[in-house]
Design a protein around this ligand. Structure first.
Ligand SMILES: [Fe+2]
Ligand SMILES: [Fe+2]
Length: 485
């Protein structure tokens, strides 16, 4: 490459240059002197972009693979968001790389095997403390560092499409990092740090052997040995919940039966809407298991499914907001994990996806689906409930479409996909009595207490008929069809 002009010469030339009437040149993107002197070649830019993309792809894999078995609800939700951000940037960077005439793109292969050792170690982190330190103290800051370096070194004008993507990515990675710092503060104690200090040093050594995440530093080959990833990582799809989820097998209150009862007023139904929303914690648990166990698909598949995963996490948090708005402690409401437990342990990934599709497709008809829930919400005259159901409905329309795009072609027709999902659902959810007999739950009717406390919040008297509501899921699924044993 030809040598650059001296700083002094550049300064002089730039000083004498003005836009019309003093308007900023270069559409305000950058100064003339930076535009004259900064820049990576296409080859350099692609090399860095590919490493950043690969890092985010590995991060996406780690976040999704740890959602189901992560007991802490807030981390489950945060991992869902962080996986979603990564999935989007992985797709966007791949698209940019394909524009930069450097075939073969090799986007499916690792650009640097040492980076994989780094991410394998975090993937295999054996405790929550190790996981949050590995993710948020090591990996995410390394990605952010690479993005910042890229932004300061590439030419904003010549490489603007990459510049823009990396700028947007760095905003969201910064958000992840900030959340991660909070998570470390809340969850990691001094003893953890001490116990993990050798491992954290190893992570640092691995990265420096790779010349940092973007490969721009001198490779410092101090040597390292795999620690947590010495044995092959095994995915754990068995859902776990933290101690606030006190009765996770409880299926003693059938929310839909009350929700679809035309004789019940809308207002009390909002409790069931919040319950149904927050119960959706189980959907990210299932989708993350599908993503983790369904390998080798195109990135568009993972991106769409991760969007859906994040939407379902949002739905759960909408329910959480709803309960708080009623002054109800949601830990008094048994939010069962039986659906995700059964799907993740009894069905294969395709069967799980088909069950999900069958349920979501079943929510589309006017009279007993998402539109009905929205109508109920409007009937409560509560703006929050109406907003929750408004967005929930829109999201579910998208999810039914995602299912039609990615699942239906595996079956030939929508009817076949739904019949398959319907059968798998009934087969998986037939243990109501067995859980009670094993002493896992009494299927306690939690409704009267929660209804009473909502009535106190609303300043109304509970209706005796509603207080007496007592319908379970013993023989009935959430779509009100019978469970076939
Ligand atoms: Fe949902
Ligand atoms: Fe959905």
């Amino acid at each position: 490459m030809q040598k650059a002009p001296s700083e002094e010469a550049v300064r002089k030339l730039a000083e004498g240059y003005r836009g019309f009437a003093g308007l900023p040149p270069l559409a305000g993107l950058d100064s003339i002197d930076r535009a004259m002197t900064k820049g990576l070649t296409i080859r350099e830019s692609v090399q860095r972009l590919k490493r950043v993309r690969w890092a985010m792809k590995r991060l996406h894999g780690i976040f999704t693979s740890r959602i189901a078995a992560m007991p802490i609800y807030e981390l489950k939700m945060a991992f869902s968001l962080h996986a979603y951000y990564c999935a989007e940037h992985v797709a966007a960077i791949a698209e940019r790389v394909r524009e930069m005439r450097q075939p073969p793109y090799g986007l499916e292969a690792s650009p640097e095997p040492i980076l994989d050792v780094f991410f394998d170690e975090i993937q295999a982190a054996p405790s929550t403390a190790a996981l949050v330190l590995g993710l948020y103290r090591e990996a995410v800051p390394a990605v952010l560092r690479a993005l910042q370096r890229f932004l300061s070194e590439t030419n904003r004008l010549f490489d603007h499409p990459s510049y823009r993507l990396c700028r947007l990515a760095s905003l969201e990675m910064r958000e992840i990092e900030e959340y991660g710092q909070q998570a470390i503060k809340c969850l990691v104690v001094d003893e953890d740090r001490e116990a993990l200090s050798g491992w954290l040093d190893t992570l640092g050594r691995i990265l420096s052997s790779a010349g940092d995440l973007d490969g721009t530093s001198d490779s410092n080959e101090t040597g390292f040995e795999r620690m947590f990833s010495a044995a092959a990582y095994r995915y754990d799809g068995v859902p776990k919940r933290d101690r606030r989820f006190k009765d996770p097998y409880n299926m003693g209150v059938n929310a839909e039966k009350l929700l679809f009862d035309p004789d019940v007023e809308p207002l009390p139904k909002s409790i069931m809407l919040y319950f149904k929303r927050m119960r959706e914690i189980d959907v990210p648990e299932v989708i993350s298991s599908i993503l983790s166990e369904n390998t080798g698909r195109s990135w568009e598949y993972y991106r769409d499914m991760t969007r859906q995963l994040w939407d379902e996490a949002r739905h759960a948090m909408m329910g959480e907001v709803g309960f708080v708005s009623l002054g109800i402690d949601w830990s008094d409401v048994p939010l069962n994990f039986t659906w995700s437990l059964e799907l993740n342990t009894k069905l294969d990934p395709q069967e799980r996806h088909a069950v999900l599709f069958t349920i979501e497709q079943g929510l589309m008809p006017k009279k007993n689906g998402k539109e009905y829930e929205w109508q109920v919400a409007l009937g409560t005259a509560d703006r929050l409930t109406a907003l929750i159901q408004d967005y929930d409905w829109a999201d579910e329309v998208l999810h039914a479409r995602i299912g039609r795009q990615w699942l239906v072609p595996e079956f030939g027709s929508q009817a076949e996909a739904q019949a398959f999902g319907d059968e798998a659902w009934s087969r998986a959810t037939a243990d109501w009595a067995a859980w009670r007999d094993k002493g896992l739950t009494e299927h306690r009717n939690w409704w009267p207490d929660v209804y009473r406390s909502a009535c106190r919040h609303w300043g109304i008297e509970p209706e005796p008929e509603l207080l007496a509501y007592n319908a379970t899921y013993e023989n009935t699924r959430a779509d009100l069809k019978r469970v076939s044993g």
